[in-house]
Design a protein around this ligand. Structure first.
Ligand code: SAM
Ligand code: SF4
Length: 328
């Protein structure tokens, strides 16, 4: 079992399988993209499998594949098939923009992979195209409704962006009211591959809840697992739920159970901190997998207590990285 220096059990790995993406969401990266890693810097399929295997042996029970867009990787189903047979791994999930997932639904079902988070920050086509800077609106909606109709466990991630999509908050709740889906509203974080730094945000978790309450006063707060980052609610008459993730306010650090590995093999112990070690060089060197275990144990033993503490590692007070590299 992996336990950090603050007594938190670490059993959840967010594994970014690529930093490439076919969209250009403006909260995630600049229009021209980022300085993408060279192909040889990215972990190969075999290396991703090795990382997953070693970390599961150490106590990881849940792996979420993210990126970049996981489905731009041609070998993604090979990796998922491997993970689905990995002893000790109890939960596999994927975060995707849903542009390319359509042709894989049958195989995903065969592998027993049903937990899919879809990022969708708009109900209207124009808002979607403005935010993503691409015209994939129709295919994303088609794939999202296919996922819902084919009984996947779907959650929708909607980042509330001042001046861009607040007018879609209520419509998205209405649109999915007859589906068993969790709509999660996220605070925006300062990782868009520019040099963002914000001290406060307009749409924080309190304001999002107040806004929803004005339209839907009748809802119940739900019990959520201790490690959940979202506070969850059910509106009367809606089949699904909604949640609010204070990703910028960071009220959930005390129960954080996450470890992140980027597509280049960087290990990140807090989203707001800097990478703590790199596994690619260890795997490609002559060191045994015991060295990976030692390194992971070392960095987990030196974890920042909160995202605010980790943030101090950015001495120049700006966040230069993009979520497409970190994996969200
Ligand atoms: N491409 C996939 C997708 O968009 O779902 C997976 C990678 S994406 C980087 C993972 C998650 O990070 C998405 O839910 C996305 O909305 C979120 N994200 C990206 N940039 C963000 C930001 N600046 N603030 C908050 N969440 C962000
Ligand atoms: Fe791509 Fe996801 Fe970033 Fe959007 S949020 S640009 S879909 S990686």
């Amino acid at each position: 079992m992996l336990v950090d220096n603050h007594g938190r059990k670490i059993n959840y790995l967010r594994l970014a399988v690529t930093d490439r993406c076919n969209l250009r969401c403006n909260y995630c990266m600049p229009a021209e993209g980022i300085n993408f890693a060279k192909r040889e810097e990215l972990l190969t399929t075999l290396e991703l499998k090795q990382v997953a295997k070693v970390l599961v042996e150490m106590g990881i029970e849940k792996i979420r594949l993210t990126g970049g867009e996981p489905f731009v990787r041609k070998d993604i189903m090979d990796l998922l098939a491997f993970l689905s047979h990995l002893e000790g791994l109890k939960d596999i999930s994927i975060t995707t923009n849903a542009t390319l997932i359509g042709k894989h639904l049958d195989e995903l079902k065969q592998l027993g992979i049903k937990n899919i988070n879809v990022s969708l920050d708009a109900i209207k086509k124009e808002t979607f195209e403005h935010i993503t800077r691409r015209n994939s609106y129709e295919i994303v909606r088609e794939n999202l409704f296919r996922l819902l109709n084919e009984d996947f466990n779907v959650r929708v991630n909607f980042i509330v962006l001042q001046g861009q999509n607040e007018q879609d908050i209520i419509p998205i709740l209405n649109e999915f009211k007859d589906y068993p889906v969790g709509i999660r509203f996220l605070e925006e974080m300062p990782f868009n591959g520019g040099t963002k730094s914000f001290g406060s945000i307009h749409w924080d978790h309190k304001k999002i809840l107040e806004y929803i309450t004005d339209y839907f006063p009748n809802y119940q707060k739900l019990d959520s697992p201790k490690t959940s980052t979202s506070v969850n609610y059910k509106i009367d008459g809606h089949q699904g739920t909604f949640g609010i993730i204070p990703s910028f306010s960071r009220t959930f650090c005390g129960s954080c159970n996450r470890l992140r590995v980027t597509a280049k093999g960087d290990v990140i112990t807090c989203l707001y901190g800097k990478p703590k070690t790199n596994l690619r060089e260890i795997i490609r060197g002559n060191d045994s997998f015991d060295k990976i275990k030692m390194e992971v144990e070392r960095v987990i033993g030196e974890r920042a207590k909160t995202g605010f503490e980790a943030q101090k590692e950015h001495e120049n007070k700006v966040f230069e990285s993009s979520m497409t590299s970190i994996g969200g």
